[in-house]
Design a protein around this ligand. Sequence first.
Ligand SMILES: [Zn+2]
Length: 257
Amino acid sequence: MKEYLPYCTSTKPTNTLCKILIIDAQKGTETIKMMGKKFPLEQYSLNHLKRAKKHTCGHQLELVIGPSNLITDEEAEELKTLGDGCNDCDRIIEKEVPQFPAYTREQLKIWNSFWPISYKEPSILPIIQIKEEMKKIFEIMKSLDHDSAAIYNPKTEEICYGKKGDLPLQHPIMDAINNFPISDNQYYCNDHYLITKVEPCLMCGMALVHSRFERVYFMEKMEDGAYSYWRLHEKPLNYMYRVLRIKKNVFDENNEE
Ligand SMILES: [Zn+2]
């Protein structure tokens, strides 16, 4: 079983173009302070970047200002008056820097080769699968076909099913959510698991977010699936459930026991 973690663990860097100010190293502390007020990196979601690095062809420092498309020409002109270009470079240059934080040591090494960054420890706790619960989930998964989905309450063991309808958007997951009994004190499916053989599409994946599901279990990836293709679990949403993919051979292993 593999969890689709809410952060990207790929080692392929995703960079973004930023404007960089070159200044005399002696003015470093003062300028970094000023930039922290005027161009806080948090506002560009770039606070994983360190502000400064050494300029390779002189004694200057390079300070990241912000994304090239968000720093106006006027702002750049104003900063230029502070800058001290080295003999070979302009006072303001552009560079590709890592767009996202590094969540693994491996990423850290690669990201750092573009721009110095700080390491962000993933904060999510591992899922502890209770054997009995896992058995039940397998059982439900086995009972499903490609045109059905199930909502499972692990506390009460209640199950609510959904089927594929005749209309194009009547997906099994949408049907299961529609069939889910809503009581006065329970508007959402929190604490519930959605179990489906096929990976949800983006529409269903979003519906599961709105319904506040706890977990999603699926087996087969889909070509334009919500996680394997759209990477919904990595988007900065207010809420995200945990996504687990059960590999087919787990059933066999389970049967051998
Ligand atoms: Zn769907």
